[in-house]
Design a protein around this ligand. Structure first.
Ligand SMILES: Cc1cc2nc3c(=O)[nH]c(=O)nc-3n(C[C@H](O)[C@H](O)[C@H](O)COP(=O)(O)O)c2cc1C
Length: 208
């Protein structure tokens, strides 16, 4: 369901990640301001279904989408906060030695998370949102997936990006969990309205 110019093999740190309709670095940040949307209709009729919307967002784009989902479902929101915050130098994908480049070149990197989800066992459904970094999920999302027991839960991955699709980022995360039901992932735009985001959420049939 995700569109975009995905190149699963383009992992060279000297190569700039693709950006939508542009090759400029600016385009990768062109969704950083999510508009607010006043419509806030709870769509989750099933009171017994407990939903958590967990997300990592370095520059706020994924956070906007996560809030639309949490508002729309009356769900709990949890931000994955890095123990060591990412500076803009850390996020420089043009720098081979930047923290993000180094982490993404190492599939085993597991940046520490500050804090934790209280009572993860109470949730039936966990949305997990993240920005695409080098065609993949940031390694701190791997830290998150390995920190909890997701067995018996439904997991719904979603991402934002400068244009890349969700690619194999979700299936890579799925490998870090066991006995969870992973639904297809979805790439969303930071500029998507709450209604647009909820159209996708409602199509998942979570309350069935
Ligand atoms: C280190 C780094 C690598 C990125 N790699 C990609 C990429 O491979 N493909 C892409 O479309 N966008 C890439 N982006 C852009 C982000 O995915 C995009 O700006 C995202 O919406 C940011 O979400 P956030 O504000 O929640 O952190 C990258 C951004 C950073 C900082």
């Amino acid at each position: 369901a995700c569109s975009g110019n995905t190149d699963q093999n383009g992992q060279s740190s000297t190569e700039q990640p693709p950006a939508e309709n542009s090759s400029s670095a600016d385009a990768m940040n062109n969704e950083s301001s999510a508009p607010t949307d006043s419509s806030n209709t709870p769509d989750n009729e099933d009171e017994s279904l407990k939903v958590l919307v967990a997300y990592f967002s370095a520059t706020g784009t994924t956070e906007g989408v996560a809030k639309h989902i949490a508002n729309g479902l009356n769900a709990e929101l949890y931000e994955i906060v890095p123990e060591q915050p990412y500076s803009s130098a850390d996020l420089d994908w043009n720098d081979n030695d930047s923290r993000s480049t180094i982490e993404m070149n190492d599939p085993n990197a597991r940046p520490d998370i500050s804090g934790s989800v209280e009572n993860m066992e109470q949730y039936d459904v966990v949305f997990i949102g993240y920005p695409i970094w080098w065609y993949d999920a940031p390694r701190i999302v791997s830290t998150f997936m390995e920190s909890y027991d997701f067995s018996g839960k439904t997991i719904v991955p979603f991402c934002t990006s400068g244009g890349s699709g969700i690619g194999s980022s979700a299936s890579n995360l799925e490998k870090l969990t066991s006995n969870a039901e992973w639904l297809d992932g979805q790439r969303l735009n930071g500029s998507d309205s709450q209604d647009t985001v909820m159209e996708w959420v409602n199509s998942l049939g979570l309350d069935k």
